[in-house]
Ligand binder design. Sequence first.
Ligand code: HEC
Ligand code: HEC
Length: 225
Amino acid sequence: MWTMTEIGAAARFVPLVVALAALAAGHGSTLRAQQDPGAGRREHMREMMRGLVPPPGMTPAALPAPDSDGARLLVRYCTQCHDLPSPRYKTAEQWPLVLERMLARMEAMAPGGMMGRGMMGGAPVQVPPLDALNALLAYVQGNALQQVRPEELTAGERGDRVAYLTACTRCHAAPSPALHPPEAWAGIVARMQGNMALMNRPPLAPEERAAIVRFLQASAAGSRP
Ligand code: HEC
Ligand code: HEC
């Protein structure tokens, strides 16, 4: 028969063994977590909130002005819960509201916030101080997606234009065809097909994709001086 203290000791012992085993097995990920506090949460969010959070693919080096303070702040604060967002995902008009929502989420998940360390655990969420928040807003607005109004689009066949306006506004505002030279658009549309797969959206049919590329190339060429 075990005494109460022995049972108590055993009960304490078991979680300790489990914790030690987990620590040994997860040593690499513990180190990673120290270097990259958002890693675990990002993995959860990628699965649980697929299509709602920015998809994987964006890297710090691919950000506009990657060495600027704004880019560094984006990497630091905005990868704590999900993959790195591109400033070009939203327009300058949209960003303030999105940032406001993100700030509320960070405050809720910071230590002492409504959700404390959150259901997903991981390192405590850090909230940017006001000066960092202002620098973040200036950075994302300064590098935001340039939107086009449908009535500004006159180049190309009408059917191609409709294909573009239908398929390319499902996740973000309609990007201006003048953003890139004609030869760049096929590659960007291919990257967007990747984003569609990552975000659980239906893929483009081959003829739809051809029409969109045709339209973007014609419009981009038309917008050259
Ligand atoms: C505390 C966790 C957390 C942090 C930190 C965080 N986000 Fe988010 N983000 C979310 C969640 C949850 C969603 C999905 C729900 C939503 O859109 O509110 C999201 C969604 C987004 C989206 C897609 C929204 C849309 O309307 O399509 C963008 C863009 C985004 N975040 C940008 C940012 C930026 C920029 C930062 C840094 C300033 C940031 N996030 C920091 C939790 C976070
Ligand atoms: C499934 C959601 C989704 C759809 C649909 C989508 N995009 Fe995007 N788009 C994104 C995401 C995420 C980003 C930011 C990350 C990136 O640049 O890949 C983005 C960014 C962009 C940018 C700004 C970045 C740059 O390189 O200039 C352009 C332009 C763009 N998309 C064009 C398009 C076009 C054209 C289509 C229609 C074929 C399209 N998008 C459809 C998700 C989508």
